[in-house]
Design a protein around this ligand. Structure first.
Ligand code: SF4
Length: 410
Protein backbone atom coordinates (compact mmCIF):
# COMPACT_ATOMS: atom_id res chain seq x y z
CA UNK A 1 0.00 0.00 0.00
CA UNK A 2 1.25 3.42 -0.86
CA UNK A 3 1.03 6.25 1.64
CA UNK A 4 -2.20 8.12 0.96
CA UNK A 5 -1.64 11.19 -1.11
CA UNK A 6 -2.52 14.53 0.41
CA UNK A 7 -2.92 15.91 -3.09
CA UNK A 8 -0.42 17.15 -5.55
CA UNK A 9 2.84 18.22 -3.99
CA UNK A 10 3.16 20.85 -6.65
CA UNK A 11 0.79 23.73 -6.12
CA UNK A 12 1.22 25.50 -9.43
CA UNK A 13 3.20 25.14 -12.62
CA UNK A 14 6.53 26.85 -12.99
CA UNK A 15 6.79 29.61 -15.57
CA UNK A 16 8.46 28.64 -18.82
CA UNK A 17 12.22 29.09 -18.72
CA UNK A 18 13.17 31.48 -21.45
CA UNK A 19 16.79 31.61 -22.51
CA UNK A 20 18.02 35.17 -22.32
CA UNK A 21 14.57 36.33 -21.14
CA UNK A 22 13.89 39.01 -18.52
CA UNK A 23 15.71 38.40 -15.28
CA UNK A 24 14.46 38.75 -11.72
CA UNK A 25 16.77 40.30 -9.11
CA UNK A 26 19.02 38.13 -6.99
CA UNK A 27 17.02 37.39 -3.82
CA UNK A 28 18.07 39.20 -0.69
CA UNK A 29 18.77 36.68 2.07
CA UNK A 30 16.85 38.97 4.42
CA UNK A 31 13.63 39.30 2.44
CA UNK A 32 10.79 38.26 4.76
CA UNK A 33 8.49 35.56 3.51
CA UNK A 34 4.89 36.59 2.99
CA UNK A 35 3.25 33.46 4.32
CA UNK A 36 3.57 30.48 6.60
CA UNK A 37 5.68 27.92 4.77
CA UNK A 38 5.32 24.98 7.09
CA UNK A 39 5.97 21.69 5.33
CA UNK A 40 4.02 18.49 5.79
CA UNK A 41 5.30 15.91 8.26
CA UNK A 42 6.84 12.70 7.01
CA UNK A 43 7.76 9.54 8.86
CA UNK A 44 11.25 8.10 8.54
CA UNK A 45 11.05 4.37 9.26
CA UNK A 46 9.14 5.00 12.50
CA UNK A 47 12.36 6.43 13.96
CA UNK A 48 12.13 10.11 13.10
CA UNK A 49 9.38 12.55 12.18
CA UNK A 50 10.61 15.24 9.86
CA UNK A 51 8.86 18.44 8.73
CA UNK A 52 5.94 20.45 10.05
CA UNK A 53 6.68 21.93 13.46
CA UNK A 54 9.24 19.25 14.42
CA UNK A 55 12.89 20.15 15.16
CA UNK A 56 15.12 20.61 12.12
CA UNK A 57 17.29 17.51 11.83
CA UNK A 58 21.07 17.64 11.41
CA UNK A 59 22.60 15.13 9.09
CA UNK A 60 26.02 14.33 7.69
CA UNK A 61 27.48 11.94 5.14
CA UNK A 62 30.17 9.35 5.69
CA UNK A 63 33.36 10.22 3.84
CA UNK A 64 34.60 6.77 2.79
CA UNK A 65 33.32 3.62 1.19
CA UNK A 66 32.49 0.97 3.76
CA UNK A 67 33.53 -2.66 3.72
CA UNK A 68 32.79 -5.47 6.16
CA UNK A 69 36.27 -5.10 7.67
CA UNK A 70 35.28 -1.56 8.80
CA UNK A 71 32.45 -2.83 10.99
CA UNK A 72 34.15 -2.74 14.35
CA UNK A 73 33.64 -1.17 17.77
CA UNK A 74 35.56 1.97 16.80
CA UNK A 75 33.18 2.65 13.93
CA UNK A 76 30.11 2.02 16.06
CA UNK A 77 31.51 4.28 18.80
CA UNK A 78 32.23 7.06 16.31
CA UNK A 79 28.73 6.87 14.84
CA UNK A 80 27.10 6.85 18.28
CA UNK A 81 29.33 9.84 19.11
CA UNK A 82 27.86 11.71 16.13
CA UNK A 83 24.42 10.99 17.56
CA UNK A 84 25.47 12.39 20.93
CA UNK A 85 26.65 15.55 19.15
CA UNK A 86 23.21 16.08 17.64
CA UNK A 87 23.39 14.28 14.30
CA UNK A 88 20.02 12.70 13.54
CA UNK A 89 20.63 11.04 10.17
CA UNK A 90 23.79 9.57 8.66
CA UNK A 91 24.04 8.98 4.92
CA UNK A 92 26.28 6.55 3.05
CA UNK A 93 27.01 6.20 -0.65
CA UNK A 94 25.80 2.83 -1.84
CA UNK A 95 27.23 2.36 -5.34
CA UNK A 96 26.69 -1.42 -5.55
CA UNK A 97 24.96 -4.39 -3.98
CA UNK A 98 28.03 -5.38 -1.95
CA UNK A 99 27.98 -2.00 -0.22
CA UNK A 100 24.26 -2.43 0.42
CA UNK A 101 25.07 -5.61 2.36
CA UNK A 102 27.66 -3.75 4.45
CA UNK A 103 25.23 -0.93 5.17
CA UNK A 104 22.56 -3.44 6.14
CA UNK A 105 24.94 -5.07 8.61
CA UNK A 106 25.91 -1.67 10.03
CA UNK A 107 22.27 -0.63 10.46
CA UNK A 108 21.84 -3.52 12.89
CA UNK A 109 24.79 -2.32 15.01
CA UNK A 110 23.95 1.36 15.54
CA UNK A 111 21.01 3.35 16.87
CA UNK A 112 21.57 6.17 14.35
CA UNK A 113 19.01 6.16 11.49
CA UNK A 114 21.00 5.43 8.32
CA UNK A 115 20.37 6.77 4.84
CA UNK A 116 21.42 5.10 1.57
CA UNK A 117 22.50 7.32 -1.31
CA UNK A 118 21.71 5.49 -4.55
CA UNK A 119 21.88 6.46 -8.19
CA UNK A 120 20.39 4.71 -11.22
CA UNK A 121 20.10 1.11 -9.94
CA UNK A 122 16.73 0.36 -8.35
CA UNK A 123 17.92 -3.12 -7.31
CA UNK A 124 20.27 -1.51 -4.77
CA UNK A 125 17.35 0.45 -3.32
CA UNK A 126 15.22 -2.68 -3.09
CA UNK A 127 18.00 -4.57 -1.31
CA UNK A 128 18.65 -1.71 1.15
CA UNK A 129 15.01 -1.80 2.15
CA UNK A 130 15.45 -5.39 3.37
CA UNK A 131 17.49 -3.84 6.19
CA UNK A 132 16.53 -1.25 8.82
CA UNK A 133 17.46 1.64 6.54
CA UNK A 134 15.55 4.81 7.39
CA UNK A 135 15.72 6.77 4.18
CA UNK A 136 16.95 6.49 0.62
CA UNK A 137 18.10 9.24 -1.64
CA UNK A 138 17.12 8.23 -5.16
CA UNK A 139 15.64 10.06 -8.10
CA UNK A 140 12.70 8.22 -9.71
CA UNK A 141 13.46 9.90 -13.04
CA UNK A 142 16.76 8.09 -13.47
CA UNK A 143 16.11 4.55 -12.30
CA UNK A 144 14.94 3.18 -15.63
CA UNK A 145 11.19 3.20 -16.09
CA UNK A 146 7.78 2.92 -14.55
CA UNK A 147 7.90 -0.64 -13.28
CA UNK A 148 11.16 -0.04 -11.46
CA UNK A 149 9.74 3.11 -9.89
CA UNK A 150 6.63 1.20 -8.87
CA UNK A 151 8.72 -1.56 -7.27
CA UNK A 152 10.76 0.95 -5.25
CA UNK A 153 7.72 2.96 -4.10
CA UNK A 154 5.74 -0.13 -3.14
CA UNK A 155 8.55 -1.46 -1.00
CA UNK A 156 9.26 1.97 0.53
CA UNK A 157 5.59 2.25 1.49
CA UNK A 158 5.53 -1.24 3.01
CA UNK A 159 8.66 -0.58 5.07
CA UNK A 160 7.95 3.06 5.99
CA UNK A 161 11.17 4.14 4.29
CA UNK A 162 11.24 7.80 3.24
CA UNK A 163 12.70 8.78 -0.12
CA UNK A 164 14.64 11.92 -0.92
CA UNK A 165 14.78 13.41 -4.36
CA UNK A 166 18.17 15.04 -4.67
CA UNK A 167 18.55 17.63 -7.42
CA UNK A 168 22.01 19.09 -7.95
CA UNK A 169 23.10 21.92 -10.21
CA UNK A 170 25.82 19.67 -11.60
CA UNK A 171 23.45 16.91 -12.69
CA UNK A 172 20.39 18.66 -14.10
CA UNK A 173 18.52 16.98 -16.95
CA UNK A 174 19.99 17.97 -20.31
CA UNK A 175 17.01 20.06 -21.43
CA UNK A 176 17.10 22.14 -18.23
CA UNK A 177 20.87 22.50 -18.41
CA UNK A 178 20.54 24.08 -21.83
CA UNK A 179 18.21 26.67 -20.26
CA UNK A 180 20.83 27.96 -17.87
CA UNK A 181 22.83 30.40 -19.99
CA UNK A 182 26.28 31.33 -18.75
CA UNK A 183 26.47 34.76 -20.35
CA UNK A 184 26.16 36.63 -17.06
CA UNK A 185 25.98 35.92 -13.36
CA UNK A 186 22.44 37.27 -13.02
CA UNK A 187 21.08 35.13 -15.86
CA UNK A 188 22.63 32.03 -14.34
CA UNK A 189 21.15 32.94 -10.97
CA UNK A 190 17.60 33.29 -12.26
CA UNK A 191 17.48 30.34 -14.53
CA UNK A 192 19.53 27.88 -12.53
CA UNK A 193 17.31 28.29 -9.46
CA UNK A 194 14.19 27.79 -11.55
CA UNK A 195 15.75 24.86 -13.36
CA UNK A 196 16.51 23.21 -10.00
CA UNK A 197 12.88 23.65 -8.96
CA UNK A 198 11.58 22.37 -12.27
CA UNK A 199 13.79 19.29 -12.03
CA UNK A 200 12.52 18.64 -8.49
CA UNK A 201 8.90 19.09 -9.53
CA UNK A 202 9.29 16.62 -12.38
CA UNK A 203 10.53 14.01 -9.91
CA UNK A 204 7.77 14.87 -7.42
CA UNK A 205 5.18 14.47 -10.18
CA UNK A 206 6.27 10.83 -10.56
CA UNK A 207 5.76 10.26 -6.83
CA UNK A 208 2.39 12.02 -7.04
CA UNK A 209 1.34 9.75 -9.88
CA UNK A 210 1.84 6.76 -7.58
CA UNK A 211 0.33 8.53 -4.54
CA UNK A 212 3.64 8.36 -2.67
CA UNK A 213 4.05 11.26 -0.22
CA UNK A 214 6.65 10.04 2.28
CA UNK A 215 9.24 12.08 0.43
CA UNK A 216 11.46 15.10 0.75
CA UNK A 217 13.50 17.14 -1.71
CA UNK A 218 16.89 18.75 -1.86
CA UNK A 219 18.03 21.28 -4.46
CA UNK A 220 21.67 22.12 -4.13
CA UNK A 221 24.03 24.43 -5.93
CA UNK A 222 27.42 25.75 -4.91
CA UNK A 223 26.10 29.22 -5.71
CA UNK A 224 24.47 30.80 -2.65
CA UNK A 225 21.85 32.88 -4.44
CA UNK A 226 20.65 29.87 -6.45
CA UNK A 227 20.45 27.78 -3.30
CA UNK A 228 18.39 30.40 -1.48
CA UNK A 229 16.16 31.16 -4.42
CA UNK A 230 15.45 27.56 -5.40
CA UNK A 231 14.46 26.60 -1.85
CA UNK A 232 12.26 29.66 -1.50
CA UNK A 233 10.52 28.95 -4.77
CA UNK A 234 9.72 25.35 -3.93
CA UNK A 235 8.69 26.21 -0.36
CA UNK A 236 6.18 28.69 -1.76
CA UNK A 237 4.80 26.18 -4.24
CA UNK A 238 4.80 22.93 -2.33
CA UNK A 239 4.53 21.56 1.20
CA UNK A 240 7.14 18.87 0.54
CA UNK A 241 9.79 18.86 3.33
CA UNK A 242 13.16 20.26 2.28
CA UNK A 243 16.67 19.00 2.92
CA UNK A 244 18.84 22.11 2.56
CA UNK A 245 22.55 22.60 2.03
CA UNK A 246 25.17 24.22 -0.18
CA UNK A 247 26.86 21.57 -2.26
CA UNK A 248 30.66 21.44 -2.52
CA UNK A 249 30.79 24.33 -0.06
CA UNK A 250 34.56 24.02 0.39
CA UNK A 251 37.13 23.39 3.12
CA UNK A 252 36.30 23.99 6.78
CA UNK A 253 36.44 27.77 7.13
CA UNK A 254 35.20 28.72 3.66
CA UNK A 255 32.56 25.99 3.69
CA UNK A 256 31.14 27.01 7.05
CA UNK A 257 31.07 30.68 6.04
CA UNK A 258 29.32 29.94 2.72
CA UNK A 259 26.88 27.46 4.23
CA UNK A 260 25.97 29.89 7.01
CA UNK A 261 25.34 32.69 4.52
CA UNK A 262 22.82 30.55 2.62
CA UNK A 263 21.27 28.42 5.33
CA UNK A 264 20.77 30.90 8.19
CA UNK A 265 18.36 33.12 6.21
CA UNK A 266 16.45 30.10 4.91
CA UNK A 267 16.13 28.48 8.33
CA UNK A 268 15.28 31.75 10.04
CA UNK A 269 12.40 32.10 7.60
CA UNK A 270 11.13 28.62 8.34
CA UNK A 271 12.50 26.93 5.21
CA UNK A 272 14.34 23.64 5.66
CA UNK A 273 13.47 20.52 7.65
CA UNK A 274 16.89 18.87 7.66
CA UNK A 275 20.31 20.26 6.81
CA UNK A 276 23.73 19.03 5.90
CA UNK A 277 26.80 21.25 5.88
CA UNK A 278 29.01 19.77 3.13
CA UNK A 279 32.64 20.33 4.05
CA UNK A 280 35.98 19.03 2.84
CA UNK A 281 36.47 18.09 6.47
CA UNK A 282 35.34 15.60 9.09
CA UNK A 283 31.80 14.41 9.75
CA UNK A 284 32.15 15.73 13.30
CA UNK A 285 32.91 19.23 12.05
CA UNK A 286 29.95 19.04 9.67
CA UNK A 287 27.71 18.32 12.67
CA UNK A 288 29.25 21.09 14.79
CA UNK A 289 28.84 23.54 11.91
CA UNK A 290 25.19 22.52 11.46
CA UNK A 291 24.52 22.99 15.17
CA UNK A 292 26.01 26.46 15.14
CA UNK A 293 24.06 27.36 11.99
CA UNK A 294 20.82 26.26 13.66
CA UNK A 295 21.69 28.31 16.75
CA UNK A 296 22.45 31.38 14.65
CA UNK A 297 19.23 30.93 12.66
CA UNK A 298 17.25 30.67 15.91
CA UNK A 299 18.70 34.01 17.07
CA UNK A 300 17.88 35.67 13.75
CA UNK A 301 14.36 34.18 13.70
CA UNK A 302 13.76 35.55 17.20
CA UNK A 303 15.00 39.03 16.20
CA UNK A 304 12.94 39.03 12.98
CA UNK A 305 9.75 37.96 14.77
CA UNK A 306 6.66 37.86 12.57
CA UNK A 307 4.02 35.15 12.12
CA UNK A 308 4.97 31.73 13.50
CA UNK A 309 8.19 33.15 14.99
CA UNK A 310 7.81 31.04 18.12
CA UNK A 311 7.47 27.83 16.12
CA UNK A 312 10.38 28.72 13.85
CA UNK A 313 12.63 29.44 16.83
CA UNK A 314 11.63 26.29 18.67
CA UNK A 315 12.38 24.14 15.59
CA UNK A 316 15.93 25.55 15.48
CA UNK A 317 16.87 25.83 19.13
CA UNK A 318 19.26 23.28 20.58
CA UNK A 319 20.42 22.78 24.11
CA UNK A 320 23.92 21.52 24.71
CA UNK A 321 27.14 23.44 24.97
CA UNK A 322 27.80 27.09 24.19
CA UNK A 323 31.51 27.75 23.90
CA UNK A 324 32.99 31.20 24.42
CA UNK A 325 36.66 31.11 23.50
CA UNK A 326 39.16 33.87 22.89
CA UNK A 327 41.14 34.08 19.65
CA UNK A 328 44.46 34.12 21.62
CA UNK A 329 47.07 36.85 21.29
CA UNK A 330 50.56 37.64 22.53
CA UNK A 331 49.32 37.96 26.10
CA UNK A 332 48.13 34.40 26.38
CA UNK A 333 49.30 32.19 29.18
CA UNK A 334 46.97 29.36 28.19
CA UNK A 335 46.76 27.86 24.70
CA UNK A 336 43.08 28.20 23.84
CA UNK A 337 43.62 26.79 20.33
CA UNK A 338 45.16 23.59 21.58
CA UNK A 339 42.56 23.21 24.31
CA UNK A 340 39.64 23.69 21.89
CA UNK A 341 41.17 21.17 19.48
CA UNK A 342 41.45 18.57 22.23
CA UNK A 343 38.01 19.14 23.74
CA UNK A 344 35.68 20.27 20.97
CA UNK A 345 33.95 17.02 19.96
CA UNK A 346 33.65 15.95 23.56
CA UNK A 347 32.07 19.23 24.62
CA UNK A 348 29.58 19.11 21.75
CA UNK A 349 28.56 15.62 22.85
CA UNK A 350 27.61 16.78 26.38
CA UNK A 351 24.02 15.96 27.15
CA UNK A 352 23.36 19.12 29.12
CA UNK A 353 22.94 22.81 28.49
CA UNK A 354 26.11 24.52 29.63
CA UNK A 355 28.24 27.58 28.79
CA UNK A 356 32.00 27.14 28.86
CA UNK A 357 34.51 29.99 28.59
CA UNK A 358 38.03 29.18 27.34
CA UNK A 359 40.27 32.23 27.67
CA UNK A 360 43.96 32.89 27.15
CA UNK A 361 44.76 35.36 29.91
CA UNK A 362 43.48 37.42 32.82
CA UNK A 363 42.65 40.47 30.66
CA UNK A 364 39.23 39.12 29.62
CA UNK A 365 39.26 35.66 31.17
CA UNK A 366 37.77 36.34 34.62
CA UNK A 367 35.04 38.62 33.23
CA UNK A 368 33.95 36.09 30.58
CA UNK A 369 34.20 33.31 33.14
CA UNK A 370 31.73 35.20 35.30
CA UNK A 371 28.98 34.52 32.74
CA UNK A 372 29.96 30.90 32.12
CA UNK A 373 29.03 27.76 34.03
CA UNK A 374 32.67 26.71 33.82
CA UNK A 375 35.57 28.89 32.74
CA UNK A 376 39.25 28.10 32.18
CA UNK A 377 41.77 30.89 31.69
CA UNK A 378 45.48 31.55 31.76
CA UNK A 379 46.88 33.76 34.54
CA UNK A 380 50.63 34.22 34.25
CA UNK A 381 52.14 30.75 34.30
CA UNK A 382 49.08 29.34 36.08
CA UNK A 383 45.64 28.25 34.84
CA UNK A 384 42.51 29.24 36.73
CA UNK A 385 39.25 27.33 36.63
CA UNK A 386 36.05 29.16 37.50
CA UNK A 387 32.57 27.99 38.32
CA UNK A 388 30.06 30.77 37.66
CA UNK A 389 32.66 33.43 38.23
CA UNK A 390 34.26 31.95 41.34
CA UNK A 391 37.83 30.60 41.14
CA UNK A 392 37.70 26.95 42.21
CA UNK A 393 41.11 25.70 41.03
CA UNK A 394 44.55 27.13 40.38
CA UNK A 395 46.72 24.62 38.54
CA UNK A 396 49.77 24.34 36.29
CA UNK A 397 49.52 24.14 32.49
CA UNK A 398 50.27 20.43 32.69
CA UNK A 399 47.44 19.86 35.16
CA UNK A 400 44.87 21.97 33.29
CA UNK A 401 43.08 19.29 31.23
CA UNK A 402 42.71 16.89 34.14
CA UNK A 403 41.47 19.64 36.44
CA UNK A 404 38.98 20.85 33.83
CA UNK A 405 37.71 17.31 33.37
CA UNK A 406 37.14 16.94 37.08
CA UNK A 407 35.15 20.17 37.20
CA UNK A 408 33.17 19.23 34.11
CA UNK A 409 32.12 15.88 35.51
CA UNK A 410 31.58 17.11 39.05
FE1 SF4 B 1 44.55 37.91 24.18
FE2 SF4 B 1 43.90 37.46 26.70
FE3 SF4 B 1 42.06 38.47 25.02
FE4 SF4 B 1 42.79 35.95 24.77
S1 SF4 B 1 41.76 36.85 26.56
S2 SF4 B 1 42.65 37.44 23.10
S3 SF4 B 1 44.97 36.02 25.31
S4 SF4 B 1 43.95 39.47 25.71
Amino acid sequence: MFVASTGSATKKALPELVEGGPQSPVPSPHTPLPMSLQSRKINIANKVTLGGDTPVIIQTMWKDRLSFSDLNDDLVKRIEGLGAMGCGLLRFSVPDLDTAEVLGALAKLVSMPLVADIHFDHKIALRCMDFPIAKIRINPGNIGGREKVRAVLEKASERGVALRIGVNAGSLPQDLRSKTPCSSVSSVVKNLAEALVEAAERELAIFDEFGFTNALVSMKASNLADTIKANRLLAERSDVPLHIGVTEAGPLVAGVARSSAALVPLLAQGIGDTLRVSLSDSVENEVIAAREILGAAAEIAAINGGPDAETRVSRLKRGGVTIISCPRCGRHGFDTHGFCGRWLTRLYALNRTITIAIMGCEVNGPEEARHADIGITGAGDKVLIFRRGVIVRTVTQAEADAAFEEELTR
